[in-house]
Ligand binder design. Structure first.
Ligand code: AMP
Length: 396
């Protein structure tokens, strides 16, 4: 796996695919700078070597239209402040105007290209468009994990025009390493905690992960399909009746593979899907009609704590309850606290995929786990065992 450290960028122009798809407010101010900060180390390495950086990204979904609301020019000021370098901007990402701007770029300078998705050829992965992009740098760096699962021109196709001169940026390399620590080289016992709403959206992950882990905690809305499939009463809890066979199959497979599955034993049941609902702690398989399980109960959390604390490698994807409502956030917060404690005791912990990062940020666990993934969809696909096209394009 080639990384930035394999190259010296002196007098070289690095074409870097970054993820500057940041949220903007109505006045086009950047409201969350995390992704820009995450891209900084790779850009700085290029500049410190004595090279220059040509940054390409998408912003939103302009769908091929040159819509000024989606111009990357809006983020120049913030990105310049974060990088400590005055960023130059060019109003297209390909063609003469972009090529001239790159030709005029001096060592130590940074150029930001206009939104890649002003061209439909970006998302369709057009080879001619990728070739035009490839003219804008000597070395291609992919540092955008959030789009690594897309075979777009700038994330995947462009790499073929760089032969040996391509590598992962720091951020993408960290993501790959972290996933590898869980899926390949993790110290045992390895634990995955899977929550979230539906079995159907996590099934491929569960099946793939059964070959990698020693323990699997299943929580959140997924619980009830498993409990009902085993003959339990789940009341009005979220449940996918058509996935019950699948759930039983997972339990059988886990047993065959020697994976211990831990399901909730008690839950906080509510008489409405509302923060103001009446609540009761009940056994997970005896939820009354008209009631629904919205969070893990106290005995469950004790059990989960024991499993988390004895694990040396921990992956967490998906909330354990309806964390958006304060009265049903305790399970998710507790899991975060257990992982914090395990991490302090030397475990490696990775959080990522879908909504998990939102939960982790909301409760301030970002600095307490070993690594928080920056890619929602890309992380989920990695956990499903898929080879991400953006990664494959660099590795081969
Ligand atoms: P996912 O995107 O699949 O990770 O699902 C995240 C969503 O699952 C969050 O919005 C949670 O509110 C929801 N969730 C977690 N536990 C439950 C539950 N017991 N009942 C309904 N929704 C849940």
């Amino acid at each position: 796996m080639k990384t930035l450290e394999d190259f010296n960028f002196e007098n070289k122009k690095a074409l870097i695919r970054v993820d500057f798809n940041v949220p903007l407010d109505a006045e086009f101010n950047v409201t969350d700078t995390t992704r820009i900060e995450a891209a900084k180390p790779s850009i700085i390495k290029v500049l410190e070597d004595g090279g220059s950086a040509v940054l390409m990204s998408h912003l939103g979904r302009p769908k091929g239209e040159r819509n000024p609301d989606f111009s990357l020019e809006h983020i120049c000021k913030t990105a310049s402040e974060i990088l400590g370098v005055q960023i130059k901007f060019v109003s297209d990402c390909v063609g003469e105007i972009a090529e001239t701007a790159v030709a005029n770029l001096q060592a130590g300078e940074v150029l930001l290209l206009e939104n890649l998705r002003f061209h439909t050829a970006e998302v369709s992965g057009d080879s001619g468009f990728a070739e035009q992009l490839s003219k804008l740098g000597d070395i291609y760096i992919n540092d955008a994990f959030g789009t690594a699962h897309r075979a777009h021109a700038s994330t995947t196709v462009v790499a073929k025009f760089f032969e040996e001169n391509k590598c992962f940026g720091h951020l993408l390399a960290q993501e790959i390493e972290s996933i590898g620590k869980v899926m390949e080289t993790g110290e045992k016992p390895v634990l995955a905690i899977l929550g979230g709403a539906k079995v159907s959206s996590k099934i491929t992950i569960i099946e793939n992960i059964l070959d990698k882990v020693d323990h699997l905690i299943i929580g959140g809305g997924m619980t009830y399909t498993f409990i009902k499939a085993q003959g339990g009463q789940v009341g009005n809890s979220i449940c996918e009746d058509d996935k019950m066979d699948l759930a039983l199959n997972i339990l059988r497979k886990a047993e065959d593979k020697g994976v211990q599955i831990h399901l909730p034993v008690d839950v906080i049941a509510a008489d409405d899907f509302s923060n103001d609902a009446n609540t009761q702690v009940v056994d997970v398989d005896k939820i009354m009609n008209g009631w629904q399980g919205l969070d893990a109960g106290p005995k469950t959390l004790e059990n989960f704590k024991e499993v988390v604390l004895k694990s040396k490698t921990i992956l967490w994807n998906g909330p354990i309850g309806v964390f958006e409502m304060a009265n049903f956030a305790k399970g998710t917060i507790s899991i975060g606290n257990f992982i914090d404690e395990a991490t302090l005791n030397g475990a490696f912990s990775l959080v990522g995929g879908g909504d998990s990062v939102a939960a982790v940020k909301q409760f301030g666990f970002e600095d307490k786990v070993s690594y928080v993934s920056t890619g929602g969809g890309a992380m989920l696909e990695s956990l499903e065992g898929k080879t991400l096209p953006g990664i494959a394009a660099i590795v081969k």
